[in-house]
Design a protein around this ligand. Structure first.
Ligand SMILES: *Cc1c(COP(=O)(O)O)cnc(C)c1O
Length: 371
């Protein structure tokens, strides 16, 4: 079946007890034991498993064409479980341009627990080769990156990493459906489902999907239910509902973003536009190879720097000044002031999460705000 069909039906079934077409939400924290003392219906206690969580995990595993998935309360909780599944002394190689919370998690929490980590520019394949060590267990790749939309050649990095005997994890939060990491060689895929999966800025979540249900994944599974950073049944229900429209939303986000990027690239007040769908983008060719469309995220640099950028974000009427991404509403954010000291984001840069409004209205809003 094609991805749109899988997205509508994965993890869903008509409720056999009532005939309900939309799935019920199982708030029960505990489940009845059989006379023999077993749990033949498969559920015992909601931290270990819950029908809504199981449906979400099955749905995402099917969508991604992986063996299994483990859902968490947020994207960072999912990342945390993945790092916790490694052993002290293991080395992690991460993209320097990864989502800023990921290096922070490694530096502030996992170095103390004995993981080693290096942050490198994975757009440079020689740098990847040089940074590998005998104890490198995992490479954390991300593409496109935040906020400069840099493109990493996922297949090339996966090959280098595999040749060294390590695993490749792809944080695919910015490009679900559009980019298929397992087909490009990734062993695990991570999503912050807070973003495009939920799609409406009203639910937080994270998920780890595995290509093969192996020992490492069993450790992640055990961390999920022993550690208990699990999503609520309602959160699982909302995210699974979001998946039903995900392929169509990704298409519309991408179509709108391309129109906005093309408009901005011609604007006299704009110095640079970072969007992999533009031919002028240095990663365009690789992106065209590994993505079916270029996604809904872009950033622009205004010519007059910090104050001008802040003033654009104040003047927009449709774009909302807020962090995060992937919702139906368009958002605008000045990354340098959000990230604070140590930011690598240019002063005049604004990041846009392009929503599902009409692109003409978004363009008019930006044109007016740029002045
Ligand atoms: C938001 C985000 C995360 C973190 O997810 P949370 O749900 O906020 O914990 C991780 N990676 C990427 C690429 C993200 O955009």
């Amino acid at each position: 079946m094609k991805i749109e069909t899988v997205a509508v039906h994965a993890g869903h079934a008509v409720d056999s007890a009532t005939g309900a077409v939309a799935a019920p939400i199982y708030l029960s924290t505990t489940f009845e034991r059989d006379i023999e003392g077993t749990y033949s219906r498969g559920f015992m206690y909601t931290r270990n498993d819950n029908p809504n969580r199981q449906a979400l995990e099955r749905g995402v595993a099917m969508l991604e064409a992986g063996d299994a998935a483990a859902a968490f309360g947020t994207g960072m909780a999912a990342a945390m479980a993945l790092f916790q599944a490694l052993a002290p002394g293991d080395h992690v190689l991460a993209h320097a341009d990864a989502y800023y919370g990921t290096p922070r998690l490694l530096r502030e929490i996992f170095l103390r627990w004995g993981l080693q980590a290096d942050f490198i520019d994975m757009t440079n394949l020689d740098e990847v080769k040089k940074a590998l060590r005998p104890n490198t267990k995992l490479a954390w790749v991300e593409s496109p990156t935040n906020p400069l939309l840099k493109i990493v050649d996922l297949a090339a990095v996966a090959k280098i990493v595999h040749d060294a005997g390590a695993l490749c994890v792809c944080d695919n939060t910015w490009a679900p459906v559009l980019q298929r990491p397992f087909e490009l060689g990734a062993d695990l895929v991570l999503y912050s489902t807070t973003k495009y999966f939920g799609g409406h800025c009203d639910v937080a979540g994270g998920i780890v999907v595995t290509k093969t249900d192996n020992e490492l994944f069993q450790r992640i599974r055990s961390i999920q239910y022993e550690g208990g950073a699990v999503p609520s049944p309602f959160d699982c229900w909302l995210i699974l509902r979001g998946i039903r429209t995900l392929p169509w939303r990704m298409r519309a986000h991408s179509e709108n973003a391309l129109k906005v990027a093309e408009f901005l690239a011609r604007h006299r007040k704009v110095a640079r536009v970072h969007y992999p769908g533009l031919r002028s983008h240095p990663g365009h060719e690789i992106a065209a190879r590994q993505m079916s469309l270029f996604g809904g995220m872009l950033s622009l640099e205004v010519k007059e720097g910090y104050n001008a950028a802040m003033s654009v974000a104040v003047k927009t009427k449709i774009f909302i000044r807020a962090t995060s991404l992937g919702g139906v509403e368009s958002l605008i954010e000045h990354r340098a002031s959000v990230e604070g000291p140590g930011t690598t984001s240019p002063e005049g840069l604004l990041r846009l999460s392009i929503g599902l409004e009409n692109a003409d209205d978004l363009i008019e809003d930006l044109d007016h705000a740029l002045g």
